[in-house]
Design a protein around this ligand. Sequence first.
Ligand code: AMP
Ligand code: ZN
Length: 481
Amino acid sequence: MTEIKLHNTKTRKKEVFEPIDAENVRMYVCGPTVYDRAHLGNARPVVVFDVLNRLLRHVYGDDHVTYVRNFTDVDDKINARAAESGRSIGEITDETIQWFLDDMAALGAIAPDQMPRATEFIPQMVAMIEGLIASGHAYEAEGHVLFAVESYQEYGALSGRSIKDMIAGARVEVAPYKRNPMDFVLWKPSTGDQPGWESPWGVGRPGWHIECSAMSYELLGASFDIHGGGNDLMFPHHENEIAQSCCAHPDAGFANYWMHNEMLQVEGKKMSKSLGNFFTVHDLLEGHDGQPAVPGEVIRFVFLSTHYRKPMDWTEKKAKGADATLLSWKRTIDLWRDDVAKEYSGKNPPKVITAAVSDDLNTALAIAEMHTLAKKAKTSVEAAVALAEALAFLGFDYQHIWSHSFGHSLEKILGDPVDLERYEQLLTEARLKAIETNDFSEVDRLKSGLVAAGIEVQMLKDNIVLDITPDFDPSKLEALK
Ligand code: AMP
Ligand code: ZN
């Protein structure tokens, strides 16, 4: 069996992954708060944990993995959106959830096995809170229920903070009913048109953190394997989840491996509306502000080119490069179209690729290995099949790539499509003639013209292969005519 190694935030080490039950490997990832379209950063954890989900399924079997990702559909930002738009909360959350699912499917992310909504688990949250009060870890004050952080010795261990440091660093105004400024809300009262549910503490709604503790317990049990999310969630959200779950189920371990992706930036800067570099996944997929549409697979490729624990910079240049690479790989596989169609299963990734991904999701290394495979695939059908299998394993639908998409995307991103086959033919004819006449000037002219236009030229023994590079500039081809 392939050995998987994962960096565990809890121990700050890369560890060999050993599931509690290899028959049912369990993963929980914190999902979005659904009041607006997902921005590009929100897609990073989705793609990262999709790769992990695919790896786990490859190693343990499709039926032996349970992947849960929640939707936070009760939150003050949702209430505010409902109030300002005059629409109901349900309408907003339903619409946003569907947008999210469509956008993430366009990025090649397989839907998790379960996608619980917080509002469907209120009784379970209430039961967990009652238990925490009974065991002395929580207290009621002025209609609120608060978790008493001092009742949990380990509080702060995940993010490596002490309660004292946290208090010193806290900028929030401390509510008078809190015993300790770091105590956090499990339940709060609802008034007016705020959504509310009956509870032993009056009509109210849950605090944010309790939903993940209650839903992961209900769907995955008191101990499960992997818990993930962006590293902005480490504190306070994950710290609070741990406190709640470990105090509610003191004999269980909650999550064994904690994984956090680093943040995404855009053109070297934090995404922000004021800097004008904020956009949603949908904006990119559809084209926005005069920019051409970027296909989902191109976005996915750019994401996977950076290791998940490194900050990732989204740039237009990278998108163009990814597009050119995918197009070039498609064309290479296409050289062997019939043979590949016979051999390809979509379930048999090469060992070098699974080895890279098993090493703490080293997708950047996997892509480097795929470049090597693509070079070999120019002259080897086995390498072409391996490349198609590698693409499938990383979530690039080979059949889909085959049939359309990149030609179109290239057209949109780089301007007019170029008929590379025509230039290959021209160059082949010129070479044949040159061999006869011993005059290679036309071959040299064509070759240097293509290179100047950003096309890679490979003169193989019985074949000439052209590839588009990120520097491709179709206007420079004019000179060749
Ligand atoms: P939110 O809806 O803000 O709770 O975010 C949903 C998910 O997106 C969480 O796992 C966040 O950690 C993640 N996330 C938010 N912003 C970024 C970003 N700029 N880069 C990477 N992940 C992000
Ligand atoms: Zn969570």
